[in-house]
Design a protein around this ligand. Structure first.
Ligand code: FE
Ligand code: CA
Length: 513
């Protein structure tokens, strides 16, 4: 299948050294020829700050058939310009697409002037990528527009929401988790090529399927993304090194390593996130000057297993008062290190908005089982001691104007987070906005609506709509719009504004406007 030309040339180690290669065993293909365009998965940028961002591509002429690349490293040239036609190139360089990383390329740019728009592209073997667009943030942005998306099941619908997000021209897109779904859906609009991924090759194909979606690819090309993950990037309802199906830990550790690596290979993540074994540093801070900051929280990698789980499957379930394990004080959701990292970051958050971007809803939510109050074991409701520690830290630090931005639950919510999580009507400590899924199925509307009288902390709930969330932030207000989009149509969908809210400094609750 691979028709490598006779003219191909295997580079010497000295040529490799010129690219800053660390290992001396990497074989370098200096003049690759590809069976097809190697940039079929597009380009992307991410994690912008006031002086740079990361740009990404992956060489994969045959993305659905293992990539279609040689087992040698390939040099990739990149260019950064101040105009869309790439006439005014202000930076350029060379990176190495390594076979061990799926021939992905992550280039971190820094030292750029703040608050500007930039354009970039990649070259390899005489082929050129599409032109991507990105932005440096102003040193002290007066305003910021953030789109939030999550839970995109490829089989369940189209990613039409991204067309509207692109039109909204956000400064960045926060992805709140569930970028891929590992399990096929019963109700299909389009179909995965294969079943549940287990190996690195499997996960690479799954990501490639997603990234061949034109709407998703275009959103990556035009908007800098800030990535978070939840469970489905690896396995539904996994917790640390525990799978939902009681896979042996060593076996699941290998699966998690494969899944984390494929996640890194396909997304515009900074080098700090490059996996080490089965670990990956995803929690981090984005600084928005005096406008505030965003703390991206990893809710999966370090958590204790769910409390009182079933013997056969660990997937989420409701826990009544008989589950004592749920209340165990040492149980952690973020893990010890991330908890202390967060505590320090909150103590430094002295002005502006403190956005906490975790994958899951933090506002306590009381459900019912056999007439008794009951709590979901897979989200923060299953980790009440850990939640109390976080909320205590938030109060003690007096972190400035905290707002939680969450996903996971496939429905829109506007909440106030009570200062005492056991007193749902206690003084609000923070506001929380939860975005719905792009395509994945929502929870039963009538059932949840019926629970709202027991949950005065919930201001708004809507699970019948798929879509995204748009936040317009300045120093005077935090404005949030919930946008519904018909995911069943591949094109010409309309954008429906479902509800809008405002949070004011010093008043940590959402006000419907
Ligand atoms: Fe989801
Ligand atoms: Ca999830």
């Amino acid at each position: 299948m691979r028709r490598w030309s006779r003219r191909q040339f295997v580079g010497s180690l000295s040529a490799a050294a010129g690219l800053g290669l660390s290992g001396c065993h990497t074989r370098l293909l200096l003049h690759p020829q590809f069976v097809d365009n190697p940039f079929r998965l597009g380009v992307a940028s991410g994690d912008p700050d006031s002086e740079g961002f990361v740009i990404w591509t992956r060489l994969a002429p045959q993305p659905l058939a293992g990539g279609g690349m040689t087992s040698m490293a390939v040099p990739v040239r990149w260019e950064l310009a101040s105009d869309e036609k790439m006439g005014r190139v202000i930076r350029s360089g060379e990176a190495l697409a390594e076979p061990d990383w799926g021939h992905s390329v992550h280039v971190e740019l820094s030292g750029l002037p703040a608050g500007r728009e930039y354009f970039y592209r990649f070259y390899a073997g005489g082929e050129v990528s599409p032109v991507g667009r990105s932005k440096t943030l102003p040193v002290d942005p007066g305003q910021l527009r953030i789109a939030i998306a999550s839970c995109q099941h490829f089989e369940r619908g189209y990613f039409s929401a991204y067309r509207h997000i692109i039109e909204d021209q956000p400064d960045l897109l926060l992805f709140a988790g569930d970028y891929i779904y590992e399990t096929p859906d019963k109700r299909k609009i389009r179909q995965y090529l294969a079943g549940e991924p287990l190996t690195l090759d499997d996960y690479r194909v799954r990501y490639a399927e997603y990234r061949l979606d034109p709407d998703l690819q275009e959103a990556h090309r035009l908007i800098p993304w800030v990535m978070n993950w939840d469970d489905h990037e690896v396995d539904n309802d996994y917790a640390g090194l525990h799978s939902q199906d009681f896979q042996p830990v060593s076996e699941f550790a290998r699966r998690r390593q494969a899944a984390y690596q494929a996640f890194y290979e396909h997304l515009p993540l900074r080098l700090a996130a490059r996996p080490r074994g089965n670990q990956m540093q995803l929690y981090r801070l984005l600084d928005f000057g005096s406008l505030g900051r965003m703390l991206v929280l990893d809710g999966r990698q370090y958590r204790h297993p769910q409390a009182c789980r079933a013997r056969s499957r660990k997937e989420g379930k409701l826990l009544g008062p008989d589950c004592i394990e749920r209340l165990e004080p040492n149980r952690s959701y973020l893990g010890k290190e991330q908890e202390s990292w967060l505590q320090s970051r909150l103590a430094e958050a002295t002005s502006g908005w403190t956005m906490l971007a975790g994958p899951q809803v933090i506002t306590p939510f009381r459900q019912r089982k056999d007439g008794q109050p009951a709590y979901w074991n897979d989200n923060w409701n299953g980790y009440p001691a850990a939640r109390r520690r976080l909320l205590n830290d938030l109060q003690a630090s007096q972190a400035s104007d905290p707002i939680f931005l969450s996903g996971d639950i496939h429905s829109f919510w506007a909440n106030q987070v009570p200062s005492d999580p056991d007193q749902l009507d206690s003084r609000p400590l923070a506001a929380e906005f939860v975005t719905t899924s792009l395509t994945a199925k929502g929870p039963p509307f009538d059932l949840f609506t019926g629970l709202l009288p027991d949950n005065p902390q919930v201001h708004y709930f809507e699970s019948r709509k798929r879509g995204y969330t748009l936040c317009d932030i300045n120093r005077q207000r935090f404005h949030t719009e919930f946008v519904g989009v018909d995911e069943q149509q591949p094109s010409n969908t309309s954008r429906e504004s479902l509800a809008s809210f405002e949070v004011l400094p010093g008043q940590p609750w959402p006000v419907k406007i």
